[in-house]
Structure formats: structure tokens, C-alpha cells
Design a protein around this ligand. Structure first.
Ligand code: UD1
Ligand code: MG
Length: 455
């Protein structure tokens, strides 16, 4: 059995450059908070415990991330990264190892961290470093003549020669907890920022002859932190690019991979086609051969095989059967269930409504709180009047009914099987099966009527 692993996520800092009331680590990347990405990577390592050090923004962070088994450690005031880790020490198992992550470095991969955990299990200190074209702002990795890491010098404390070093500290390290605990008690704050630097433990480790093994991420993006909204936007684009590549590799055609936004999870069967500027939120599942036209927003929906979504649709909380055709300009709200081969056309809004096999609602209609049977045709401009200002009622339209254009169905009301409603009907009582029902003032013509003329 390996020694227990505890992960400490640092997230107490101010995030001044975000210029925001929202704690930095709650800003979303690909639809979920920065810190949730870090937690997802942490979970993959199956740690015994995850501690989150928080402070700036007060309880907003634990409240937002509630419902998880996390150890929340408040750091108040925030006196630096070393001070932050000190606050978590009472919760750490001294027989184990400790991995330190940053809440604002969201794209770190579990594979990278696993290598570091292995090193720490062997009693050494694993330090994640990266060589950057522009190392400005980062702590520099100072090595000796044999290439051994000796210390980390923060940018603000560095000499001109040290500033020329391009290998930098990512902040992520992994080491035996007992050693970390000892070094932390010896940290001082005699530096340019007057802070307790976690990075000072490296020099202590080196002086004691500990093995310090630098590890490197597969890509620079893995260790990029978010300090500003501009950096957040940069990471968002990178992440979307990554998602787009994975979808294409899985057999999805993206008309332009740079114009796709997945803010949750998107699962696609083979041979789906997604046109430009579509946004996917929550959990979206497309079966095979689904086409999504340009400029659609899909949230928490499941689409059956061969469904065609035409451009400019907004679909939220819907389940859609095979070969249905939707849009352009359709709005499907939560509780919409379409059976196979249903057709929903332009400027049609559905809510909490089930539509049966091959039924059509093709133009300018609102159908809410309704059950629509098979092979029903609902004409243009039909409205279910489902709400009396206080309560909502259901409309039932049975199989093969035909609803004439511009009808209002005042719920609760039922249209029987095979019934026909004349155009313009205001239906307030049930329409019997198989019959024609209409409510309409009789048409008349006034013979010889003359238009008024200007006096
Ligand atoms: C830190 C490292 C630097 C490294 C850089 C990588 C130190 C002293 N320096 O610098 O070597 O190159 O990260 O991005 O560690 N935090 C707290 N409590 C605090 C201070 C910070 O929880 O009192 C958290 C922040 O929320 C953030 C992380 O620690 O998630 C890093 O803090 P930050 O102030 O960004 O450190 P840097 O100056 O960037
Ligand atoms: Mg930083």
C-alpha cells in the first residue's frame, strides 16, 4: 500500500487583475468554474483527502462548490503561498505525501500529476517546471553547475542574471508531508513582497541534500494560470480547440472547429455534422447522423439518430426522437419530448409537451403543457391557452387530429381522435372525435356598400 495522498488546492488569493466581485476560481472555463477543472484532475488521483485553501471572497467559494467531500481551510489574512499551505497542515496525514495545486491553473492533467506522485512516493520532491519564451512574473528555477535544482527565486527578488533564466516554477509540487511540515515552520517573509513563499522550501530541501526532481507538462497550456480575463479567454479558446479536435477524431464534421463552444459535455455518434456558432451547454447527446445547423444553442438535450436541427434554434431540456426535423427558429423548452419524425417549424415554441410520431407543428405556434398524439397536424398560429393567470392546465390532442390555423385551445380541453378544428376556432369545450368543430362568426356580405370618401 502506498502512503496516503492529500491534495492541497490553493485558492485564497485576490485575483486583483480579474477586476471582479466573483472569486477568481469561480469564473467559468468551458462552462464550469476554474476550480472544478482542478478538482476533476485531483479526483482522478483518488486522494485520501482534498483540502481547498480559500479566503478572498469569503464563503462564496465553499457555497458555490458545495455538496462535495472537501476539507475547506480558511486563510485569513493571505500572507503568501507558504502561509496558505501552513493553514492546511493540521488536516494532513504526516505519514503520507502532499500534492499542491493552484485553483487558477485549470488545465492540469492527471497524467502529469501521476508522475509527480510516484516520485514523492519514493521520498523525493517532484517540482513541475516549464521553460517559457517569456518568463516574466514567474519564479525562476536556479540550478547549480551539475544541473541540480538549488532554489526558486521570485521574479521580484531576482537578480538580472536570474531574470534571464527561462525555466520557471509552475507552483505545482509533490513531496512527503512530514518533510514539507518541517520546512514550512522555518519560512520567513524577508523578501520583496513581505510574503511567506512556499517556493523557499526548495532551497531548504536542496541544502539538506534531498532529491529534487523536475517534471514537465506535456504542453504549456497545462500549467497556464488565469490572472486576467484576457488569459481566461486565451485558455477558453485553447480548451475549445482541444474539444473540437476530439470530436472530429470521433467522426464528427465541424464546419469550422474554431466556431464551436462546448460548455459542458457533448457526446456525438458518428457522422454528425455541426455547422458554425453552435453552443452546447450542460449534457448534450447527439446520436449518429444528426445535423445541427448554424447558430443553435442546445442545453441538456438528447437527439435521436438522423435528427435535423435547422439554423437558429434554442433547445433546452428536450428529448428528440429519430429523424425529427426542427427549425429554423424553433424554441423547445424543458419537458419537450418529440417522437420519431416529428416536424417542428419556424417560430414555434414548445414547453412541457409531448408530440407523437410524425406530427407536425410547422409555423408560428405556442404549444405548452400539451399531449399531442400521432400524425397530428397543427396549423399556423395555433396557441394553447394553458395559463389562466394562476394555474396551468393541459391540452390533449389525440391521434390524427387536424387543428385549423389561428386556433386557440383554452385548456383544460381535449381534441378527440381524428377531429378537425376549423381555422380560427376558439376551443373552450372538448372537440369530439372524427367531427368538424369550429367557432366562428358567420361570414356576411353587405351588397352595394360604398367606402367613405374624404370630405
Ligand atoms: C507563484 C509562485 C511562483 C510561480 C507562480 C506560478 C510563490 C511564492 N510563487 O507566484 O514561483 O512561478 O506562482 O503561477 O509561490 N494563494 C493563496 N494564498 C496566498 C497567496 C496565494 O491561496 O496567501 C494562492 C492563489 O490564489 C493562487 C496561488 O496561490 O492560486 C498562487 O498565488 P499567486 O499570488 O498567483 O502567486 P505568484 O506570485 O503568481
Ligand atoms: Mg499567479
Amino acid at each position: 500500500m502506498n502512503a496516503p495522498l492529500t491534495i492541497v488546492i490553493l485558492a485564497a488569493g485576490k485575483g486583483t487583475r480579474m477586476n471582479s466581485d466573483l472569486p477568481k476560481v469561480l469564473h467559468p472555463l468551458a462552462g464550469k468554474p476554474l476550480i472544478s477543472h482542478v478538482l476533476a484532475a485531483a479526483d482522478q488521483l483518488k486522494p485520501q483527502r482534498i483540502c481547498v485553501v480559500y479566503g478572498h471572497g469569503g464563503e462564496a467559494l465553499p457555497v458555490a462548490i458545495g455538496g462535495r467531500d472537501l476539507t475547506w481551510v480558511r486563510q485569513e489574512p493571505q500572507l503568501g503561498t507558504g502561509h496558505a499551505v501552513q493553514q492546511a497542515m493540521p488536516y494532513l496525514d504526516m505519514t503520507g505525501i502532499c500534492l499542491i495545486l493552484y485553483g487558477d491553473v485549470p488545465l492540469i492533467r492527471a497524467e502529469t500529476l501521476r508522475q509527480m506522485v510516484l516520485i514523492a512516493h519514493q521520498g523525493a520532491l517532484a517540482l513541475l517546471t516549464v521553460t517559457l519564451a517569456d518568463p516574466t512574473g514567474y519564479g525562476r528555477i536556479v540550478r547549480d553547475g551539475h544541473g541540480q535544482v538549488r532554489r526558486i527565486v521570485e521574479h521580484k527578488d531576482a537578480s538580472p542574471e536570474q531574470l534571464a533564466i527561462r525555466e520557471v516554477n509552475t507552483g505545482i509540487l509533490c513531496l512527503p508531508t512530514i518533510k514539507l511540515a518541517g520546512w514550512l515552520t522555518r519560512l520567513g517573509n524577508d523578501n520583496a513582497q513581505g510574503e511567506y513563499y512556499l517556493t523557499d522550501v526548495i532551497a531548504m530541501a536542496a541544502a539538506e541534500g534531498e532529491r529534487i526532481l523536475p517534471c514537465h507538462p506535456a504542453s504549456e497550456w497545462e500549467v497556464m494560470g488565469v490572472n486576467s480575463r484576457s488569459q481566461l479567454a486565451g485558455l477558453e479558446r485553447y480548451q475549445q480547440h482541444h474539444i473540437a479536435e476530439a470530436l472530429m477524431a470521433a467522426g464528427v464534421t465541424l464546419i469550422d472547429p474554431a466556431r464551436l463552444d462546448v460548455r459542458g459535455s457533448l457526446e456525438c455518434g458518428r457522422d454528425c455534422l455541426i455547422d458554425v456558432n453552435c453552443v452546447f451547454e450542460g449534457r448534450v447527446v447527439l446520436s449518429e447522423n444528426v445535423t445541427v445547423g448554424a447558430n443553435c444553442v442546445l442545453k441538456d438535450v438528447a437527439l435521436g439518430p438522423g435528427v435535423e436541427i435547422k439554423p437558429f434554434c434554442h433547445i433546452d431540456g428536450a428529448v428528440i426522437g429519430a429523424k425529427a426535423i426542427i427549425g429554423p427558429y424553433a424554441r423547445l423548452r424543458p419537458g419537450t419530448e418529440l417522437a420519431e419524425a416529428a416536424h417542428i417549424g419556424n417560430f414555434v415554441e414548445l414547453k412541457n409537451t409531448q408530440v407523437g410520431f410524425n406530427s407536425k407543428i410547422n409555423h408560428l405556434s405556442y404549444v405548452g403543457d400539451a399531449t399531442v398524439g400521432r400524425k397530428v397536424n397543427i396549423g399556423a398560429g395555433t396557441i394553447t391557452c394553458n395559463y389562466d393567470g394562476a394555474n396551468k392546465y393541459r391540452t390533449v390532442i389525440e391521434d390524427e387530429a387536424f387543428i385549423g390555423s389561428d386556433s386557440q385551445l383554452v385548456a383544460p380541453v381535449t381534441v378527440g381522435k381524428g377531429a378537425t378544428l376549423g381555422a380560427g376556432t376558439t376551443l373552450t369545450k372538448d372537440a369530439p372525435a372524427g367531427e368538424l368543430t369550429l367557432s366562428r362568426a358567420r361570414q356576411m356580405t353587405i351588397p352595394g356598400w360604398k367606402r367613405p370618401v374624404k370630405k
